[in-house]
Design a protein around this ligand. Structure first.
Ligand code: S3P
Length: 441
């Protein structure tokens, strides 16, 4: 287990691209497996999570060839054409791979058993087991809700009309993916809209999808058994990865960073609004569309951040960025109250507990509540000196790497390995911009 030492060094400055979007990369591989023919993907994130999806799709019949950095061709098997893998599939740390693949398998005549690392084995799967069981799959899970999970799909799945009890793009996508090989109309009703990458890609591939908003939320209707056309996907940069650089550039005095071609899907940009409402200096330029998704360049300069009790963010636009936003709040002037974030307890780690403990170990006063955190900002530098436990969670490791850039005493992160799941170039990219990060061991 390599430790990572995060210490203040220089301002972070430069012009960089962040790796491809994780959510879009997973979906590009899965959906091109369901097309008949050759699809091409460029800008694919080559992190461990996405590679777990690639391995699973190969085990189910896809041919996936790497043509260059982030450049892949996929020969799909068509909707209904997935094959049964001859072994258990290890999904590593990836909740998105696991939940979306359970959806795919649910409406195929195959049985697939999945497991994962200790973090993934502790994450709730009931949220996908319930709707997929209603569609006719038979799912056996440890304690009825944890991995390992065996999904016995059915070739005669039933379409459902489902309102997920939690706002989750993974749950929505699992149902829509199951709905592809299901006769009739599958409907998902979202009270809170979540990232819509699956819907955008399916539409681009020729699926019949109808989306409407009514007073109660967003309704997505999918007609089953489409023929999906192979396409060329260009994956934009991941705003959830860019978030670490945005906060680093905001809090380290004298910083100036430009992030190129970052995905700006309006259901993902909450971090920009949150930082702006705290007084960040952020400008968006060169806005265009890439692979059916809005993208643009994000220019961030250091600014004095103010704590906030009302971050002015629509909850459907931000989730994975909270750990690093808590770090921004720790550096800001004044107290920030974050509420309504119970979901953070069931991510790769319990992110409220991990962040509260890590921040406290760095000399920041924090109070943890059942659904949020109160962070008392230090108005500039933080004492640091903590030993942070990452609990197999990449975003905890990267959040404290950023906080270390303004620490009086270096912060030690107990395990750098989880960073490989979503942002393998993180340490190189950060140090290239001037950050102080050193692997130890
Ligand atoms: C994701 C959805 C979110 C997010 C995760 C990726 C996706 O999870 O936290 O990192 O790609 O659909 P939930 O659906 O659990 O909110």
């Amino acid at each position: 287990m390599s430790k990572l030492i995060a210490r203040s060094n220089k301002p972070v400055s430069g012009d960089v691209s962040v790796p491809g979007d994780k959510s879009i990369s997973h979906r590009a591989l899965m959906l091109s497996t369901l097309a008949v023919g050759r699809s091409e993907v460029t800008g694919l994130l080559e992190g461990e999570d996405v590679m777990a999806t690639a391995a699973a799709m190969r085990a189910m019949g896809a041919t996936i060839n790497r043509l260059g950095e982030g450049h892949y061709e996929v020969f799909g098997v068509g909707v209904g054409g997935l094959l049964e893998p001859d072994n258990i599939i290890d999904m590593g740390n990836s909740g998105t791979s696991t939940r979306l693949l359970m959806g795919l398998v649910a409406s195929h005549d195959i049985t697939v058993t999945m497991t994962g690392d200790a973090s993934l084995r502790s994450r709730p799967m009931g949220r996908v087991i319930d709707p997929l069981t209603q569609m006719g799959a038979q799912i056996t899970a440890r304690d009825a809700r944890f991995l390992p999970v065996m999904t016995e799909g059915t070739p005669e799945a039933l379409p459902i009309d489902y309102t997920p009890p939690v706002a989750s793009a993974q749950v929505k996508s699992a149902i829509l993916l199951a709905g592809l090989n299901t006769l009739g109309e599958t409907v998902v009703r979202e009270e809170t809209a979540t990232r819509d990458h699956t819907e955008r890609m399916l539409t681009a591939m020729g699926a019949r999808l109808h989306i409407e908003e009514d007073g109660t939320g967003r309704i997505i209707r999918l007609q089953g058994l489409p023929e999906l056309s192979p396409v060329s996907f260009q994956v934009p940069g991941d705003i959830s990865s860019a978030a670490f650089l945005m906060v680093a550039a905001s809090i380290v005095v004298g910083s100036d960073v430009t992030l190129r071609r970052v995905g700006l899907n309006p259901l993902r940009t909450g971090i920009v609004s949150a930082l702006l409402s705290m007084g960040a200096d952020i400008q968006i330029g060169n806005e265009t569309t890439l692979g059916g998704e809005p993208v643009g360049d994000i220019h961030v300069r250091a600014a004095s951040l103010k704590g906030t009790s009302n971050i002015g963010v629509d909850p459907s636009t931000m989730i994975d960025e909270f750990p690093v936003l808590f770090c921004a709040a720790a550096v800001a002037e004044g107290t920030s109250h974050f509420m309504g974030l119970r979901e953070l307890r069931v991510k790769e780690s319990d992110r409220l507990a991990a962040m509260a403990k890590g921040l406290a170990s760095c000399g920041v006063t924090v109070e943890e509540t059942p659904d949020g955190l109160t962070v008392h900002g230090m108005g500039g530098k933080i004492p640091g000196g903590g030993l942070v436990e990452t609990h197999l969670d990449h975003r905890i490791a990267m959040a404290f790497s950023v906080l270390g850039q303004v620490a009086e005493t270096p912060i030690i992160i107990d395990d750098a390995a989880p960073i490989q799941t979503s942002f393998p170039s993180f340490i190189d990219l950060m140090t290239g911009l001037g950050a102080g990060l050193l692997l130890d061991g």
